[in-house]
Ligand binder design. Structure first.
Ligand SMILES: [Zn+2]
Length: 109
């Protein structure tokens, strides 16, 4: 680790820099909110669930809006496919303890 103020390198974790006295307690980086395809709330590809998680709204509402876009104009389907390709899948391991116990076994599709 390096001192953020003077750049002195430390092999071990220290709380304060012995050279300039700067606080070395680096706060734990909070996971940035990312638009990802949901693993736990997916119907087709988890795109709607991912959007719902990102915007903190009901995934059903997202699906209703999205289906509306598919029928009115038709580009909702294209948008879905683009989002499917572009959006990364939500990472398997989450830092916070999972409320649901074990990951559900993959059922046959
Ligand atoms: Zn320093």
């Amino acid at each position: 680790m390096f001192c953020p103020r003077c750049g002195k390198e430390y092999a071990e974790r220290v709380n304060f820099c012995c050279q300039c006295g700067a606080a070395m307690c680096i706060p734990v980086p909070t996971p940035s909110k990312k638009l990802t395809r949901s693993r736990k709330d997916e119907k087709i590809a988890g795109v709607c669930g991912g959007f719902a998680e990102y915007m903190e709204i009901d995934s059903t509402l997202v699906r209703l809006l999205w289906v509306g876009l598919v029928f009115f104009g038709g580009w909702g389907l294209i948008a879905y496919i683009v989002a499917w390709i572009v959006m990364p899948v939500e990472p398997l391991t989450k830092p916070e303890p999972a409320s649901s116990a074990a990951p559900q076994p993959a059922t046959s599709h």
